[in-house]
Design a protein around this ligand. Structure first.
Ligand code: AMP
Ligand code: MG
Length: 189
């Protein structure tokens, strides 16, 4: 039975960077995971239906549409075997409020063993978003980012209650990427 690990964190916290670093470390130890991005699976569904042209446009779609795409993505991801890392969001910040990234019907498909929250101080996230020109990041204030992270923790607790998965917090602080990579690798070992 493979391990299924869900990696979450607010946009710009550096999930992908930390995961890639950890996978490099683990590769040298003969431990392998297939890393997939939930948003990419959703974008594939959404763009084939011609509903959006940009992955950052998906969180602005009507809630029911986002949920339909989310379900289709979860069904596709559930078919993947072996050790899997699912790079996604604990909650998605939409114009109508926080949308659970893993509502009950998605959790039932994915059956995660562990949910990892990647976090850092809100001012660091703010400045990372400002310097990322590859994405259309929301321009939240530090307070709004702090609230999003707080809400994500609450939601992760709910995921733990619903599935029995463990919840691990990995800090990805400025100038301490190595530590984040090592903490992530240890969680995945
Ligand atoms: P990302 O590249 O991880 O920022 O994901 C791109 C977009 O995919 C996000 O802004 C969301 O609109 C969507 N997305 C990713 N994961 C989920 C999820 N679990 N539930 C709903 N939407 C998601
Ligand atoms: Mg990412």
């Amino acid at each position: 039975m493979g391990k299924r690990v869900v990696i979450t964190g607010v946009p710009g916290v550096g999930k992908t960077t930390v995961v890639n670093g950890a996978l490099e470390v683990l590769g040298k130890e003969g431990i392998s995971y297939q890393s997939i991005n939930f948003g990419s699976f959703m974008f594939e569904v959404a763009s084939s239906q011609k509903i959006v042209s940009d992955r950052d446009g998906m969180r602005k779609l009507p809630g029911p549409v986002q949920k339909d795409i989310q379900r289709e993505a979860a069904q596709a991801i559930a078919k993947i075997e072996g050790n899997v890392i699912i790079d996604t969001h604990c909650t998605v910040k939409t114009p109508k409020g926080f949308l659970a990234g893993l509502p009950e019907w998605v959790l039932r498909e994915l059956k995660p063993d562990m949910v990892i929250l990647v976090e850092t101080d809100e001012d660091q996230i703010l400045s990372r978003r400002l310097t990322d020109t590859t994405r259309t990041r929301d321009m939240d204030s530090g307070k709004e980012i702090a609230l999003h992270q707080e809400y994500n923790r609450a939601m992760a607790a709910a995921y733990g209650m619903m599935t029995g998965c463990t919840v691990k917090i990995v800090k990805n602080q400025d100038f301490l990427l190595e530590r984040a990579v090592e903490d992530m690798a240890e969680a995945l070992r």
